[in-house]
Unconditional design. Sequence first.
Length: 921
Amino acid sequence: MALLRYFLMTLLQWGFLTFFLCLSLGLTTPSPSCDSHDLSALKEFAGNLTNGSIITSWSDDISCCKWVGVVCDNVTDGKAASRVIKLILPQMGLKGVISKSLAQLDQLIVLDLSFNHLQGGLPSEFSKLKLLKYLDLSHNMLAGPVSGVLSGLQSIQILNISSNSFVENLSQLGEFPHLLAFNISNNSFNGTFISQVCSSSLGLHMLDLSTNRFTGGLEGLSNCSTSLQELHLDYNSFSGSLPDSLYSFSALEHLSVSMNYFSGNLSKQLSKLSNLKSLIISGNLFSGNLPDVFLNLSRLEQLAAHSNSFSGPLPPTLASCTNLRVLDLRNNSLSGPFDLNFTGLTNLCTLDLATNHFTGSLPRSLSYCRELKVLSLAKNGFTGSIPENYANLTSLTFLSLSNNSMENLSGALSVLQHCTNLTTLILSKNFHGEEIPEVAKGFENLMTLALGNCGLKGQVPAWLLNCSKLAVLDLSWNHLNGSIPSWIGRMENLFYLDFSNNSFTGEIPKSLTELRSLVSTNCSRSNLSASAGIPLYVKRNKSASGLQYNQVSSFPPSIYLSYNHLRGIIWPEIGQLKALHVLDLSRNDISGTIPSSISEMENLEILDLSYNNLSGMIPPSFNNLTFLSKFSVAYNHLQGPIPTGGQFLSFSSSSFEGNLGLCREIDSPCKITNNMGLKPNISSGSSSKFSRNYVLGITIGIGVGLALLLSIVLLKISKRDEEKPVENFDEELGRPHRLSEALVSSKLVLFQNSDCKDLTVADLLKSTNNFNQANIIGCGGFGLVYKAYLPNGTKAAVKRLSGDCGQMEREFQAEVEALSRAQHKNLVSLKGYCRHGNDRLLIYSYLENGSLDYWLHECMKFENKEQEIFDPAIWDKDHEKQLLEVFDVACRCLNQDPRERPSIEEVVSSLDRVGFDGFQQ
């Protein structure tokens, strides 16, 4: 048994492959020529391949037994020729089809063509390879039926055809008496559990059916050998309860059944699996209490049961799992005190109990987990202080305690300052009404600090300057006062600053115009750490839908200073912040004129200067802010003409109201008056909430008159828009001549599938209302997506890439190259693209009813309730399987770990396997 296990593990590791490859390269002993039939078979195989440098190196000048990747047997019986017994060519960049000629290698024992780009089917002649023991064709693009071929491989021990495009019901699969490992994951195999593989393979150690389309229960599992060590059934449509036969596999080390429809309680018979190292049951319908059986599972290293409906307390015997490294129970209904004894869990690296109903104080025993790197306890009911012995958690990099009722912020910081590896600290919605500590040490590696919505008092503490790596700082919705310190501008990595809804006074520090990460669009944030696989959110207020950013580097560069008491001017140098996307200075007491230099902030998408004391004119150069989607200067003392070109054609009158000196210059020049405008007397502190009814009550007469006037103006503009031809759009916008020339010269590249052949950049700007915020339909790590109404009456989705120039260009090129090749009826198609100055635009076909992220993350009321998001017109039992397969593809596309997301080619391949006409657009 020990020898058999050693052989299996050796075969499953890349070291096995490397060994044979090195052997094939390193043979130096003389050998006769390889068999002529084998030579002919290899040549025919090579002739069907392209793009493989190794294959082109195969030369007639040397024996094929010395070719790269080829291993022959040793001649000991006086034979004239050696026979090929191994062909090992993984990761060689091979393209083309697998030739049936390989079936002539009748002495072949090992065939490894994994991690290439092979297409087509598996030749039926392969069933003749009666001596083949090891077959690895994983990570290619192979398709077609395989049952007949595989059933003929009576000597096979290791079979891996994972990550291909095979589609078949495997109910007729034959028997494999010598099988040790069977991996068919990440294909589109269907039917019920393939019990015949188990019943015929008495020595089976590993069975991987994950990411396929299997359905039904696991009754056939009882036929499997009790020597089974790994069972992977993730991402299928299995249902029912886990069968009792499962608990007879006493040798089982890895059990993974996540993302299925398993239900019921977790059986106490789990205690029989004493060799279990990983138990992954996330994303199912399990309910009830977690069984208190972990005393017998002392070898357990990973327990992932998130996104189920488990309730009740944590099982006390979890404390006996001294080898536990990952404990993920988030998104359940677990409750009670968090009193697990962590004294023996010294190997724990990740603990995620977020979004449950735990109460009470944090356990002091958690300090024994010296290897702990990720601790997420957000959205529970924890109270009290952070224990002082948490200072021993020196490996901690990510800590989230947001949305609890924690106390003693000063004590928390004095403890956490000893966690020198901490990069992300999220403490929002705690410590209500406390003073923000003036003194704190440490935090040299901190990149994200969130203390928003805590009602904190005091001033911005100087110790933040010591956080030299700080990139994201959120102190919003507090009661902080005093001036904003000038040293904030010296924080070289800071690109997201939210001081809104406080009581800050004084001037805006001029040093903010020198923030290094915002001055240059070339400043890369790629060195910022990810959020440990745990999503971070940007959410502006309670009514706004949250935008999810899995990496800190994907946060939009922003400065929020709204709802304070700031005075002084807007520094002209603010135009240096060319990487800034959001500037919100609203609800302050800022005076002076609006600097024209703001028009140099080419990436600006949101500019809110409303409810201040600004005077003068709106700079005409603001027409150059081509990606401005939200703009407001309402309730200031501005006068003069409102710019009529560019984005300003799309902004409503509410963006300018409360400035009686402003007018739209349409038929005749505006008359500049001495009217000082109108600004309601409201408090801009964090506790004040502007009431529009109150303002309208004061200004009812003027407001109605202004509304009527603006209605007439907008009506004229609308009528003029209808009459004016699209070809003269540049002239109509009133842009400077150089911009008009740029628009004419920046032609769109349109593909043959585009239904708007003569689209121009000017048309694109008009069709999105110059990227107006009202047309935003999505947000990603590299920019926003807008709905566009094209001149021919159709709709399109326009993605505007932004951010780091290097990353943006790579993202742009990757999408153009991938989507221009990949076409599928159920995949949004790329119609065209454009490089316009520093901007990168991608034009897609438009699909109604929101984004994929919205439907999967916001619209589903409960985990594993996929039926909620499907159109009732196509949801029925006949189509349920196909719909769930598409749903599975969607889930993989939104995987929090980008490395786990499928490529666009893999998406197309997966959709091709579905074959449901009801999805056609």
